[in-house]
Every structure is written in structure tokens, then in C-alpha cells.
Design a protein around this ligand. Structure first.
Ligand code: HSE
Length: 436
């Protein structure tokens, strides 16, 4: 059978990884796909570097339109990133009847509904394994391996940069800004790491997982996004004293009222496997009603781990290219006509446990006042830690862990606690998930 021809848009780290792995494992991949897969054309603004990376073996152009408009190209791999030009090119490729593979989580989380609708109408595939957790085949697992299950919740460490920063903060007792500089020097964090440290990258990935887990449209605009920039080293220490680790989790849960979709620093019991995922590694924990909990672990970024996911999509498309569109795996796991309109819940309605840290006067009655406020709002206390005041100090930190309650209750409690004359400054609030 004639080779399937691929056009690559953008040959940076992942693009060159894809080129190299495809070449190195060509024979095995052809035996699996049933046809050879050949990168026939590359578009990149840096033509010289693109020629070097492809050893002069591939036609290189600097105008991506030449790739998406080329009738000989069967599949377009979009590795440009962002939602500007990448969106135009993906839509053009679809309009020209080409299948698309993309690692672009930002594009899918924000414009996925439009892109998948266009692909559906045109009968082409848009595959995106590399968009979530890099080399971990989590899209395949959610969409196909767990297809028997009613997914109940997903909690993932889906941003390697922030997991590296949190691991270093805990291991070495350093503050956020010091570790961020180290992460940038080591090449983990981008020169502009905003999307990573503010939780946006993780929220893009959580949005995509929620969509295929529950059969709902992509709704990044309704996700709650909180990064790690305000996290203090003392909270990481206190959490540890109480038997917890703090991780930036992407969480989505099905509840009777709707879907929770949120990214924030989260305390997790240190005995959970996922709490021990360190450095730049990723892990995703999925709870299905039939299978129970399953955990997926691996590299969430990097040239060859991400190429592994891109090529898996190329092979899937190669195998299915001749199948009728209605016999293929649906883009978003559920049949397009069966997409549900379950609402994404506002943050005030989510239910979780909390870590509260307050700076208080060390005198009789202070703790009683705080616990009365919590009791009046039906918030139950799970654990408490009071530090000895420092030498000559009359104030100290109290840390309280609560049982589950609605976020609106905890906000009301914090307002009242902050109004107490014996409490100084703001109450630090972190969310806690038992993940049991
Ligand atoms: N910037 C991402 C991370 C990798 O740090 O995990 C690509 O999704």
C-alpha cells in the first residue's frame, strides 16, 4: 500500500522528536500501521534549522499554507502552539479533507468545539493524545480503555514545571521564586512561564479530560484556575507535619448537581501513590465506577515522550483512514449527537476539604472562637496543629484541616475568622482531596 504522507507544521523539540522516532522505529511502526508513514513536508519559519533537523531528507517550506493546501498530504501535524495561526491552519487542513494530529491543548480547550464540529462535518479525524500529559496515553485510556465506565472523577498532576517547583520547594525548603529561577536555568520552565505557574496549562488539559470523560463540550472558560505563585514554603512544611503533600492538581468530578472543573494547589495524603510523583513527572488518577481507581504515570513533556503520543495518533489515523467516519472512535469519546449539557459548577458550589492557616494571639478563648464559627456553619474539623510561639512572641500559627464542605461555607467562615480581633492578617486557604 502506498505510504501515508504527513506534513509537519513547526519543527521544534516535539517536531524533531517525532521525525527521529518515526525514522528510528520505521519498520516496527509500519508493521503496526499496515502502511509506512512518511513525513513528506515540513513548514517552519527557521528553514535552515528545519533542514538540519531533517538531514535534508524532507521538503522544507516557510509557509505552512503550502502544507495544508498540498493535495498529496494526508495528515497534518500541528506543533505550532497557541490559538492564532494554529487555529487557522487546523481549520484549513480540515476544510481540505486532511486528518489532523495536534499537541495543542490551548487550542483544543478554547476552540475545540468549533474544530471538532468542522472535522465531523468533513469526516476527518483530529487526534490529540500529545495534548494531555505528553507521553502518557491518557486520552486513549479515557476514550477507549475505560469506555465501559461511568467516570466519577479525575485528578492529575498534569504540569511538569509546577511539579518540579513544588518538589524542590518541599525537598529543599526553598521559596517559590528561588526555585522558579532554578527551573528556568535548567530549561524546565519557559522564559515566560505564566501558563505553567498560573495553572492555565493544567486547566487546558483538565478541560480536555473532562470533555472526553463525561461527554460534554470543552468549557475552559468555566474552569477555576489557581496556580502556585502564592504558595508559601511554610504551608508545604505544615502540610507535611500533618501527613500531606501539596501538588498542583487538575481535578474534574461528576456530582449530582453538575461537573466540577478546577486547578489549584491541593493537599493529598502522602501515602497516596500520586502524592509521591516528584520532579517534572506527570500522573493521572481516574476513578471509574466499574474499574475503580487507575493511575497513569510518565513523562508529560520532552521531545521523544511527546513524539510517542504524536506517532500513536498517526498510526491510529493510518489504520482508520479507510474506515467510514461513523465507524471510527468519536473525537470526544461520545457520539457527537449524544454530547450532554451537564453544567460546570461555579466554585462556590464545589465540595472538598480545606486546610486553613491563621496567625492568632496565643491566649485563652481564641481557638474556641474559631471553632464556634466553623461549627455554626456545620463545618467539621478533621485535624489541628498549633505551633509553639517563637521566643518572646505572643502570636502563633494555627492550622485546621476540615472535613468536606461547600466552598461557599468555608468562604463565609474565613470572613468571620478574619474579623476576630485576635486574628492577624488573612486566613490562608488551601483545598484538600483524600483521593480515596
Ligand atoms: N509546559 C508543560 C509542563 C509541558 O510543564 O508540563 C507541555 O504540556
Amino acid at each position: 500500500m502506498k505510504p501515508i504522507k504527513v506534513g509537519l507544521l513547526g519543527i521544534g523539540t516535539v517536531g524533531s522528536g517525532t521525525f527521529n522516532v518515526l525514522k528510528r522505529n520505521q519498520e516496527e511502526i509500519t508493521r503496526r500501521a499496515g502502511r509506512s508513514i512518511e513525513i513528506a513536508m515540513v513548514a517552519d519559519l527557521n528553514i535552515e534549522r528545519a533542514r538540519e533537523l531533517t538531514n535534508g531528507e524532507v521538503e522544507v517550506v516557510n509557509d505552512a499554507n503550502l502544507v495544508v493546501n498540498n493535495p498529496d498530504i494526508d495528515i497534518v501535524i500541528e506543533l505550532i502552539g497557541g490559538y492564532g495561526i494554529a487555529k487557522d491552519l487546523v481549520l484549513k487542513a480540515i476544510a481540505n479533507g486532511k486528518h489532523v494530529v495536534t499537541a495543542n491543548k490551548a487550542l483544543l480547550a478554547t476552540h475545540g468545539n468549533e474544530i471538532f464540529k468542522a472535522a465531523q462535518e468533513k469526516g476527518v479525524m483530529v487526534a490529540f493524545e500529545a495534548a494531555v500529559a505528553g507521553g502518557i496515553p491518557i486520552i486513549k485510556a479515557l476514550r477507549e480503555g475505560l469506555t465501559a465506565n461511568r467516570i466519577q472523577w479525575i485528578a492529575g498532576i498534569i504540569n511538569g514545571t509546577t511539579n518540579f517547583i513544588l518538589s524542590e520547594m518541599r525537598d529543599k525548603g526553598l521559596d517559590f521564586n528561588t526555585v522558579l529561577k532554578q527551573a528556568q536555568a535548567l530549561g524546565y520552565a519557559e522564559a515566560d512561564p505564566t501558563f505553567d505557574i498560573e495553572g492555565v496549562d493544567a486547566a487546558h488539559k483538565a478541560t480536555i479530560m473532562a470533555s472526553i470523560a463525561y461527554g460534554i463540550p470543552m468549557q475552559f472558560d468555566k474552569a477555576y484556575v489557581e496556580g502556585i505563585t502564592k504558595l508559601e514554603a511554610s504551608d508545604i512544611r505544615y502540610a507535611e507535619d500533618l501527613g500531606y503533600r501539596i501538588k498542583l492538581l487538575g481535578i474534574t468530578k461528576r456530582t449530582p448537581e453538575g461537573i466540577e472543573l478546577r486547578v489549584h494547589p491541593t493537599l493529598i495524603p502522602e501515602k497516596r501513590l500520586i502524592a509521591n510523583v516528584e520532579g517534572a513527572m506527570n500522573a493521572v488518577l481516574v476513578q471509574g465506577d466499574a474499574v475503580g481507581a487507575t493511575l497513569y504515570y510518565g513523562k508529560g513533556a520532552g521531545a521523544e515522550p511527546t513524539a510517542s503520543a504524536v506517532i500513536a495518533d498517526l498510526v491510529d489515523i493510518t489504520r482508520l483512514a479507510t474506515a467510514d467516519p461513523e465507524h471510527r472512535v468519536p473525537h470526544l469519546a461520545f457520539q457527537p449527537a449524544a454530547i450532554s449539557d451537564l453544567p460546570i459548577l461555579p466554585m462556590s458550589e464545589i465540595v472538598t476539604s480545606y486546610y486553613l492557616r491563621m496567625h492568632v494571639e496565643d491566649k485563652p478563648g481564641v481557638l474556641a472562637d474559631v471553632t464556634r464559627i466553623l461549627a455554626d456553619l456545620s463545618i467539621s474539623i478533621d485535624a489541628m496543629l498549633q505551633k509553639e510561639p517563637g521566643e518572646g512572641e505572643t502570636r502563633t500559627d494555627i492550622i485546621i484541616l476540615t472535613h468536606q464542605t461547600k466552598e461557599k461555607n468555608i468562604i463565609a467562615a474565613i470572613e468571620k475568622i478574619e474579623a476576630l480581633a485576635t486574628v492577624t492578617g488573612s486566613v490562608i486557604k488551601l483545598r484538600l482531596e483524600e483521593l480515596s
